[in-house]
Each structure stands twice: as C-alpha cells, then as structure tokens.
Design a protein around this ligand. Structure first.
Ligand SMILES: Cc1ncc(COP(=O)(O)O)c(C=O)c1O
Length: 358
C-alpha cells in the first residue's frame, strides 16, 4: 500500500461492529488490573502510533510534545558521553543539550549538517548523533545516506519534522531513531501538541518507552485523537503546500526586494542535488531574507494579512516570523523570515507576500 493510502487506512478498529475511527479513550486505567495508561498506553495513542510507525517503517512511541520525544532520546546518553548536533537546528533541542553539558552530564559539539566528512568522523566517537534535515530554520540538507552508513559508536537520531515521513524515511537510510514534532505537519492544524519517536530495534523501543512511562510525558487523549485525525490528510496537505512553497520560492528568488531564498527545491540551493536524491518532495518550508535587514523584515511581518505573523509551522494556515527576533536566535541573518506554507490558494499567498514586501 502506498503511504498516501496508509495514512487513510491504518490505525482503525478491526473487526466486529466497531466505530470507523478509534474514539477518544479518556482513561487512566483499564479493567485488566495491571493496565495503567502511563505505562501501557491507550487505544487512542496506539491508533496514532500504528499510522506513524507504518509510515516510518518502525514502531512509534507517542509523547506529549516533540521536545518530550527529543528529551527522551537525549536521556539515553550515558553520563560522560558525547553528543553531536547540527550547528543549525531547532533551538529547543540545542538548549536541552546545552543544559546537559552545563550540568556536567556529557560533552557536545555542533557541526553544520552540510559538512559530511566532519559528521562521519564525529559519529565514530559520539554516543548520540542528532541530525536535523532539512534544518530549522536555514533549511540545510544533510547527506543522510552517507552519515548513516558510516561506522558509529552510538545512536543516530534524525529529527524528521520538516520533511515528514512522506518525504523522507530516516530509518530506511540506516538511522536508529526518527523523531517528530507531531505538533507540526503531522497534526497539521495548529491545534495540538504532541511528539513521537520511531525505531526498528525492539530493545531501543523499550528504552524509549520506559523514558515515556517514567518521565511521564504522555499524550493527552484528545491530542492523540486529533493527531490521528490530522495525519489522515497529510498526503493531500503536503502535496498542495509543497507545490505552493516551490512556486513562492521561485517568485521570491526573482524579486529584487528579497536578498536570498533558501528552499531545497531551488537549483540554486547548495544542498539541492542531495535533497533531490534523498527527498520525495522538497517540503513546505521556505526561508528568505528581506532586503534591508531586520527593520525591513519586521515591516513585512507587520504588513502580512493572509499569512499569520506567528511562530510554529506545519499547519493548514501559512505562518511566518523573523527568526532572529526570537530570544536565543540572534545569530541568524537579521532579515531572515521563516515561512511555513499552508494550503491557501497559491495566488492569494503570493499577492499577500508581494503587498507585504511592498
Ligand atoms: C524541527 C523541530 N523539532 C522539534 C520541535 C519541538 O516540538 P514541540 O514544539 O512539539 O515540542 C520543533 C518545534 O518547533 C521543531 O521545529
């Protein structure tokens, strides 16, 4: 079955006269004396996990947020261990690693994901290599096949939030763990917070499941239901969003009010060849620099009408923000706007961006 059909078909009750959709099961415990939701899960989480696990080609464990999933992975690093992460990556993950380093738990280094040779050397001595590709917000591309096939001494985790499992399957490339902020494209409606890890190795799955159970970062019943509902339309949402993203990226690149556009689908993107070989689609995230720097970019953000000037991404509604305005992100190019392209009519989005640039 193709992934597009799987997202619609999987994770439904089987047999008997069951509801077509797995309902919201609001229960902390079950009539079997030993079943406690935090440890053994609920049918609503399991329905979502079945869909995501099948998509990534492994077993999924749903968490309360993407950060809970990331933290569970980082918790696996032994005391005195070493973590490698991208120089551009989601700031929350970099902050958790920095906290671990500050507490003396482990050491870390950051390497640009584009520096394949340095990554190959670093993962030979890392307990955890955390890759993000495309990266947030610079949309840099890692050569996952090259990194994942190099000898490694620890775990290789890939944050697959930007690509989604429809565009990229890190486990098939040889990674140990795929991580998601389900909050974003998978949920798809900016109405829930959830995360997930997906693994192939049973023992590793048990270790992560133990982190969820003991850390207590379990999904809510409503959130799991919404995520299972949201993922049903992932294929059609993504198809529309990434087609629009490609067209907006091209138009922005040709616009002299814009200094530069980062979109892996553009031939001018330095990671385009790797992206074309590695990704099914180039995704719905576009980052661009407004000519005139921070002030001009702020004016564009304030002038936008259809696109929402807000943080986060991956929803049906387009959103954008100037990332260097976010605390801790001042190192980014001052005029860089990260745009998450939704499913609105492409011409309306271009008209809005163009009037805001004006
Ligand atoms: C790439 C990436 N990974 C992880 C996260 C964290 O996910 P959450 O906000 O669901 O905790 C985010 C959030 O923006 C993200 O963009």
């Amino acid at each position: 079955m193709s992934a597009d059909s799987w997202v619609v078909w999987a994770g439904r009750p089987q047999g008997g006269d069951e509801p077509l959709n797995t309902p919201i099961v609001a229960a902390s415990n079950f009539t079997d004396a030993s079943s406690y939701a935090r440890s053994t899960g609920t049918p609503t989480w399991e329905a979502f996990e079945a869909v995501l696990g099948g998509l990534e080609g492994g077993s999924a464990i749903a968490f309360s947020t993407g950060m809970a999933a990331a933290s569970a992975v980082i918790d696996l690093v032994p005391v005195g261990g070493h973590v490698v992460l991208p120089s551009d990556c989601y700031q929350g993950v970099a902050m958790v690693v920095a906290d671990g380093v500050a507490a003396g738990r482990f050491t870390s280094e950051q390497i640009a994901v584009t520096e394949t040779t340095r990554w190959i050397e670093a993962i030979s001595r890392a307990d955890l290599a955390w890759v993000e590709s495309p990266t947030n917000p610079l949309l840099e591309i890692a050569d996952l096949a090259a990194i994942a096939s190099a000898p490694r001494s620890g775990l290789l985790a890939v944050d697959n939030t930007f690509a989604t499992p429809l565009n990229q399957r890190p486990l098939q490339s040889g990674a140990d763990i795929a991580v998601h902020s389900v909050t974003k494209f998978i949920g798809g409606h900016s109405d829930l917070m959830m995360g997930a890890t997906v693994v192939r190795d049973e023992g590793l799955g048990e270790r992560l499941s133990r982190r969820r159970s003991l850390g207590g970062a379990t999904p809510g019943a409503l959130e799991a239901f919404l995520a299972a509902r949201g993922v049903r339309t992932l294929a059609v949402r993504l198809e529309r969003s990434q087609a629009t993203a490609a067209s907006l990226a091209r138009r922005l690149a040709a616009d002299d009010r814009v200094d530069g556009v980062r979109y892996p689908g553009l031939e001018t993107h330095p990671g385009h060849a790797v992206a074309a070989a590695q990704l099914h689609g180039f995704g719905a995230m576009v980052s661009f620099e407004v000519r005139g720097g921070a002030e001009a970019a702020d004016r564009v953000c304030r002038s936008i009408r259809l696109v929402h000037h807000t943080t986060s991404l991956g929803g049906v509604e387009s959103t954008m923000e100037r990332r260097a305005a976010v605390a801790g992100q001042e190192h980014l190019p001052a005029g860089l706007i990260r745009l998450s392209v939704g499913i609105e009519a492409p011409e309306d989005l271009w008209a809005d961006l163009s009037q805001a640039l004006g």
